[in-house]
Design a protein around this ligand. Structure first.
Ligand code: PSV
Ligand code: MN
Length: 427
């Protein structure tokens, strides 16, 4: 564990420079009519859930290169998440994936999370893989399979996820299915969607009153010709057919290249059905790269829509922010820290947008100045605000620097002997 005393000591040597930078930026922003403290307080309230599966080294179909001190089970994963939260102050929630994270003793897992100051975000079901001893295979689908017995098994797994999530204090179930077809004609397109709705309705009926169901769409992979819930249109149609507790989850990597994701966000908010995000970044497809590492402007534009909706008091349920990345060549803890910072950066930049000026430029069809209004916010170096927000949460001024100085990874390497070798896939 990275101790609080360590964080405080690490901050001491950086405090004077931070104060100076924060004051300088504060003066600049005051000239733009912005109160820096209010922005820092808003950023300090930002939270994003860590995906349990991302604290282990990821992999591709070709290889996996395990790193030292990888978590061996869900309890180790919680420790890594707690270390990340101690440094960022923004990640006190963990999103579990069942059955990957299924412990023998759920109350013990809950107790450990309480001890570490962690809560449980939406739980994720997995019907895209067969599990040992499972009666029916998901090779040709799960919730949309042509065989009713397979569908029933997939529904039962989702109900089990809800049961486990209730014990852990989670409040939502994320459902992503890999169901689809690799060949034209393989699947009856319309019937497969009807079967999805029928299965999903059984899951929906089992949701506790204060839960919601997050429907995650994905354009392709593992199905390469057509996926049943392939886009936000299918996701929204399903959510609207199921009922008000069904919401759409946007994973940034699940779209065709160049798709305007911020526009999708705006439309889902209009429908009151945006449920949350799986944040990551990509260049080609579902690359699962670190958030903000490829296209930070797009991330900013997504947050711009969120802040705009907040200001308009658009009636959309509160959002579940989650990371969903695969760390193939970096220390996963470092990637998750840096991704959290990038999310807060995008949020801070979006908070700086002069919305009154922007509205006027839009009304007057002044395209150039409207785009400049966004750019002005985006190019502001908000790093001192992010550091201040972390200080408000008793976290680190420089989380990555502090992490490297803490020797956490080396301690994990000693305490967690390698449990497995290479091979594809995620932990
Ligand atoms: C699928 O690509 C996905 O985005 C879903 O959220 C899964 O639950 C997750 O990645 C892990 O495979
Ligand atoms: Mn995802």
């Amino acid at each position: 564990m990275v101790s609080q005393d360590f964080v405080v000591a690490n901050n001491t040597s950086r405090a004077a420079d931070h104060e100076h930078d924060y004051e300088t930026l504060g003066r600049q922003l005051r000239r733009r009519g912005i109160d820096i403290d209010r922005i820092a307080e808003d950023v300090a309230r930002f939270r994003v859930a860590l995906p349990s599966w991302a604290v282990g080294t990821g992999g591709t179909r070709f290889a996996r290169y395990p790193g030292p001190g990888e978590p061996r089970d869900v309890f180790d994963k919680l420790e890594d998440c707690a270390a990340i939260h101690r440094l960022t102050g923004a990640t006190d929630e963990v999103s579990l994936h069942f059955p990957w994270d299924q412990p023998d003793d759920l109350p013990a897992l809950k107790a450990r999370a309480d001890e570490l100051g962690l809560k449980f975000a939406p739980v994720n079901s997995n019907t895209f893989q067969d599990q040992p001893g499972q009666e029916h295979s998901y090779k040709y689908g799960s919730l949309t399979h042509t065989d009713a017995a397979v569908r029933a098994q997939a529904v039962a797994h989702n109900l089990d996820c809800i049961r486990m999530g209730k014990v852990l204090g989670s409040r939502a179930l994320t459902v992503w299915i890999g169901d689809g077809a690799n060949f034209p004609g393989q699947q009856h397109t319309a019937r497969a969607f009807e079967r999805y709705l029928e299965s999903a309705a059984q899951i929906y009926a089992a949701l506790p009153d204060d839960w919601c169901m997050l429907i995650e769409h994905k354009m392709y992979e593992p199905a390469f010709y057509a996926t049943v819930i392939q886009d936000w249109g299918s996701s929204l149609m399903a959510a609207q057919a199921l009922g008000p507790k069904a919401l759409c989850l946007v994973d940034l990597g699940h779209h065709a290249p160049n798709v305007n994701i911020e526009m999708i966000v705006a439309r889902l908010i209009h429908a009151g059905r945006l449920g949350g995000f799986h944040f990551n970044d990509s260049r080609y497809g579902d690359d699962d790269l670190d958030t903000g590492s490829i296209n930070p402007y797009r991330l900013f534009l997504v947050f711009n829509e969120l802040i705009d909706a907040e200001r308009r008091q658009a009636s959309n349920p509160s959002l579940a922010h989650m990371l969903d990345q695969s760390h193939n060549i970096t220390d996963p803890v470092e990637s998750l820290i840096s991704s959290t910072i990038e999310l807060q950066r995008a949020q801070a930049q979006a908070l700086l947008v002069d919305r009154e000026a922007l509205a006027e430029f839009q009304t007057n069809n002044d395209a150039l100045m409207a785009s400049q209004a966004l750019k002005a916010a985006f190019i502001t170096d908000v790093s001192p605000i992010l550091a201040k927000a972390r200080l408000l949460n008793d976290a680190a001024i420089d989380p990555l620097g502090a992490y490297r100085a803490s020797g956490y990874r080396q301690a994990c390497a000693a305490a967690r002997p390698a449990a497995r070798g290479g091979g594809g896939g995620i932990v």
